[in-house]
Design a protein around this ligand. Structure first.
Ligand SMILES: [Mn+2]
Length: 359
């Protein structure tokens, strides 16, 4: 775990004012994968997205916007000196995403138009489900490889289905007797606890249902900012003692009555065990921070409120054992500078706090 001590002790290993091509790495940090402590796995996948599109471009628009960030950070100072690296965005998965997204769209279209026979729909759904399983297996394997090198792990989606394999690998890494010690801090507008969505077993709307039904499941799921969910999801989260949901409206009622964000955030952190995986759907934020995201919902948190939670998490002595940022989207266009900019800044804080809490 100490392979990058040389970088920590010689912070002038690279000049942070140098700008390099955004084709390599991230945040303009000109270090190789071997030299970096934090490794980011980009997953350009949005096969089952139902409403807006463009989440598969998330890794690219975040990387493109990331070079403009000042590396020195008020809260975490020179955490970046251990090096952050984003692996190349896989051309194979870009192509697979395009192929299976078309099949999934066909299914959604046939369902809304009530055209096509059931057997045809079932066949297409089975193909999409098989592709999603392959993606999850790939993410699981890549996550294990990164962990095996003693690196800190982050995933950049893609839609919210993408981190399933990563969460499973990290829960297994920190487990005993089939029970994981990891708690998930889940920031999202949506509960994402649907058993399946439009027949798709591994869609963005089912990620936390799948996580909580994994072979080695997390010790606790703590959801924050949830404001779009169906009755079945409400009943599901309320019935499980290992799930605590801070609904957005509940949080807002407390704030509107004069309670502080500090007191709300303290209650959120108190629900989490020592080891924490952060799954951050950008739509947890007020849509003004993520106008192109696939399923925006009014309400939500500000960037500062999320920064405050992360800071408090670190102050509490908890350890971030992995994280993902997902649903940052280019929208219908191939680019969205603002969504990329906000995404890059949120990702940077996740990297920084990951380093600080693992010292
Ligand atoms: Mn989500």
């Amino acid at each position: 775990m100490q392979d990058n001590n040389s970088i920590v002790s010689s912070p002038k290993k690279f000049d942070p004012t140098t700008t390099i091509s955004s084709e390599f790495g991230i945040f303009g940090i000109p270090l190789s994968e071997e030299e970096c402590k934090v490794i980011l796995l980009p997953v350009p996948w949005e096969v089952t997205t139902s409403y807006g599109k463009g989440a598969s471009n998330g890794p690219r628009i975040i990387r493109d916007a990331s070079a403009q960030i000042d590396l020195f950070d008020f809260e975490t100072k020179n955490a970046y000196e251990v090096g952050y690296f984003m692996q190349p965005i896989s051309e194979k998965w870009i192509a697979e995403n395009k192929k299976y997204k078309e099949l999934a769209q066909k299914v959604i279209h046939m369902r809304t138009e009530q055209s096509g026979d059931t057997a045809q729909i079932d066949k297409l759904v089975a193909e999409v489900n098989a592709a999603s399983k392959q993606l999850t297996k790939w993410v699981y394997d890549e996550t294990k490889k990164i962990l095996a090198k003693g690196k800190l792990f982050g995933l950049v989606g893609g839609d919210h289905s993408t981190p399933l394999g990563a969460i499973q690998a990290i829960c297994e890494q920190h487990s005993a007797n089939g029970q994981s010690e990891v708690g998930i801090l889940h920031l999202d507008a949506h509960s994402d606890t649907r058993k399946a969505y439009q027949g798709f077993e591994q869609s963005h709307a089912s990620i936390m249902y799948n996580v909580m039904n994994s072979a080695v499941k997390p010790k606790k799921l703590v959801q924050v900012g949830i404001r779009d969910f169906c009755e079945e999801e409400y009943n599901f989260v309320e019935s499980r003692p290992d799930i605590k949901t801070f609904f957005d409206i509940g949080i807002k009622q407390r704030l509107l009555k004069g309670e502080s964000w500090g007191s709300v955030a303290t209650d959120i952190i108190a629900e989490l065990p020592q080891k924490v995986y952060v799954s951050f759907d950008i739509d947890a934020l007020d849509p003004r921070f993520c106008p192109s995201t696939g399923t925006p919902v009014i309400g939500g948190m500000s960037t500062d409120e999320v920064f405050f939670i992360l800071n408090l998490l670190a102050q509490s002595g908890r350890q971030i054992v992995g994280f993902d940022l997902n649903e940052v989207s280019s929208g219908d266009a191939d680019e969205s500078e603002w969504d990329g900019n906000v995404g890059a800044r949120m990702l940077y804080k996740l990297c920084n706090w990951s380093v600080v809490t693992n010292k």
